[in-house]
Design a protein around this ligand. Structure first.
Ligand code: ATR
Length: 291
């Protein structure tokens, strides 16, 4: 495409709906993918103020966008405004990707797929028959717990400050996917025992995120055969990850998850199948831009 042909009469629009959206790397990610695939698509962030989600969604439908991403704080509220939602996204209670098919808006969740892809790629391991501990019980924890149970984990512990929220996720997974989830709070005296028998530890809380980089959600002795995953990517290595690394553990931050959820969303909208090597290339471009 020439310099003055970036947008033309046939260009299709993809958007990001959330608040705030200014920090998002999704525009760079998706516009890079469109350049790689020579697709006539453009991705634009839309900051939607509280109370305007319905208007925004109807407007996006009216102008016939190809689709859009949904981010904080609208991932749950959006569900009631769509024409159809995938079974998995309903269980996760969150939609982050919407596709417009002839005026019908269909919701999906690609966050957990992004997590799974990045986890497998960076650790070479999956979740089958694994003992997993999830720290936190918010929206991210719920999506990951559903996915990890679907992947065949033998045990999932959810540890949270507010035990009722952990129990709510446990009930959803145990009743609808597989009866594998137990809940704990941080005061539980069995915490050391619990960590000891765990293969994979995942932090989904914001504890340790910039600017509180000296905080860590759990202070324990890790075993070197454990994998520690933190959904945080700012800082690039949280205190949790640096301590785990010192103990010899494999550690992974959340940047891969962020990028792969976007790659998966792009596949949903454009119908292209992004090969692993190309996904890795795009991921590296984004990591360089992010650092
Ligand atoms: P997300 O959608 O990113 O998962 P969220 O739904 O706001 O975000 O969930 C944040 C999680 O981090 C919650 O489990 C929260 O614990 P509570 O359920 O008890 O509120 C947890 N969290 C946040 N700050 C925390 C802190 N300082 N200590 C412990 N847990 C914390």
């Amino acid at each position: 495409m020439g310099k003055n042909d970036l947008v033309n009469g046939k260009t299709k629009l993809i958007g990001l709906v959330g608040n705030p959206v200014e920090h998002s790397i999704s525009p760079q990610l998706h516009n890079t993918l469109s350049m790689e695939f020579s697709k006539n698509l453009i991705y634009v962030p839309f900051r939607v103020e509280e109370g305007f989600l319905r208007d925004a969604v109807n407007g996006l439908r009216a102008i016939n966008v190809l689709g859009f991403n949904v981010t904080i704080p609208y991932k749950t509220e959006i569900i009631g405004l769509l024409d159809e939602v995938s079974e998995e996204a309903l269980l996760m209670g969150a939609v982050n990707t919407v596709k417009n098919i002839d005026g019908k808006l269909i919701g999906y969740n690609t966050d957990a797929d992004g997590f799974l892809n990045s986890f497998i790629e960076e650790t070479g391991e999956g979740f089958k028959d694994k003992n997993v501990l999830i720290i936190g019980a918010g929206g991210t924890a719920r999506a990951l717990a559903v996915k990890i149970a679907m992947e065949g984990a033998s045990n999932i512990g959810i540890i949270n400050r507010t035990i009722e929220k952990a129990q709510n996720i446990a009930d959803i997974v145990n009743e609808n996917v597989k009866n594998v989830v137990n809940t704990y709070n941080f005061k539980n005296l069995e915490l050391t025992n619990l960590i000891n028998k765990t293969d994979i530890i995942i932090n989904t809380t914001s504890v340790g995120m910039y600017p509180n980089i000296e905080s860590t959600p759990i202070q324990v002795d890790f075993r070197k055969d454990q994998i520690v995953y933190d959904v945080i990517y700012n800082p690039y290595e949280t205190k949790l990850l640096s301590e785990a690394k010192k103990s010899g553990c494999k550690t992974v931050n959340g940047l891969g998850m962020l990028i792969y959820q976007g790659i998966k969303a792009y596949e949903v909208w454009s119908g292209v199948d992004i090969r692993n090597d190309l996904a890795a290339k795009v991921k590296n471009i984004c990591i360089e831009e992010f650092k």
